[in-house]
Design a protein around this ligand. Structure first.
Ligand SMILES: [Ca+2]
Length: 274
């Protein structure tokens, strides 16, 4: 393990994984490792443990320990002092975009350690047949420089329909359907390569968006200057057989935000915009 600075190993980005040294093999005795995790400004670091097994040392974790603090140094406020092997499920969320982790082992009884993933509180995997989707910090303004990825999964055999109640996303000085400033991109599937159903910005209320399957992928990004409240939307699962007539609306929606800048006709096949 290389300590790259006084703050230990620097981990940056809005998602990643962190493991104790040698995981899933036993960590060494007399180990000492420090990490700081920094996500984009305006977000909060969320750490979710998939595995945890440290030598137990009672409530004070006097043998081996993982200490998690709410900031960038050992002086920051304590969030968790962890040891033992019976603490999952566990998610730890910082109040800001920096989290400090300090792992120590003593002279004996090593274990397998821990494995965790970090993300931000703006990423989410939403499930169920109805629910509410809010942009980060809504109804306050979203921050600069965020990228929030959300998937919505309804029951197999249904489609996801997203209906906006409010929408206000910075669109830049020129009305532009490519949304070069901030944008919400909605895709027909479960990842960033799925077909886009809409790239949204501005302050016109978008029309409802409906997927062909039971998963919708949403990616909200903001650039470095200029913020707005974002959006509030509701999703519902809809029956596959009753949904086809809604698809032309999705084509309108792709054009809808700045329709006057589009000159080429829009085609859609099997209900989807090309
Ligand atoms: Ca030990």
């Amino acid at each position: 393990m290389v300590l790259t600075s006084a703050y230990g190993e620097q981990l940056t980005g809005n998602a990643g994984a962190i493991q104790s040294p040698s995981y899933p093999e036993y960590y060494t005795n007399r180990a000492y490792n420090v990490w700081t995790i920094t996500t984009n400004p305006g977000t909060r670091v969320r750490l979710t443990f998939d595995a945890f097994d440290l030598e137990d040392g009672g409530s004070g974790c006097v043998h081996d320990s993982l200490v998690i603090r709410d900031g960038r140094s050992k002086k920051a406020e304590l969030l968790q002092r962890l040891c033992g092997s019976n603490i999952l499920p566990l998610t730890v969320t910082a109040t800001g975009n920096v989290m400090y982790l300090e792992f120590r082992s003593d002279h004996s009884v090593p274990r397998t350690g821990f494995s965790a993933r970090w993300s931000t509180d703006c990423d989410d995997n939403l499930t169920g047949n109805t629910g509410t989707l809010l942009s980060i910090n809504y109804p306050s303004n979203y921050p600069d420089n965020v990228r929030c990825v959300t998937t919505i999964t309804t029951d197999p055999g249904t489609r996801v329909r997203l209906t906006f109640d409010t929408f206000d996303v910075q669109s830049g000085p020129v009305c532009n359907t490519s949304c070069p400033d901030d944008s919400l991109v909605i895709r027909n599937g479960n990842n960033h390569t799925a077909r886009p159903l809409g790239r949204l910005c501005g302050d016109d209320l978008p029309l409802p968006v409906t997927t062909s399957g039971n998963v919708m992928y949403l990616e909200f990004t903001s650039q470095s200057s200029g913020v707005r409240p974002g959006y509030q939307a509701r999703w519902t699962a809809v029956n596959v057989t009753e949904e086809r007539e809604v698809f032309p609306n999705e084509c309108q929606q792709v054009l809808g935000i700045c329709a006057q800048t589009f000159s080429s006709p829009v085609n859609y096949t099997d209900g989807f915009c090309e």
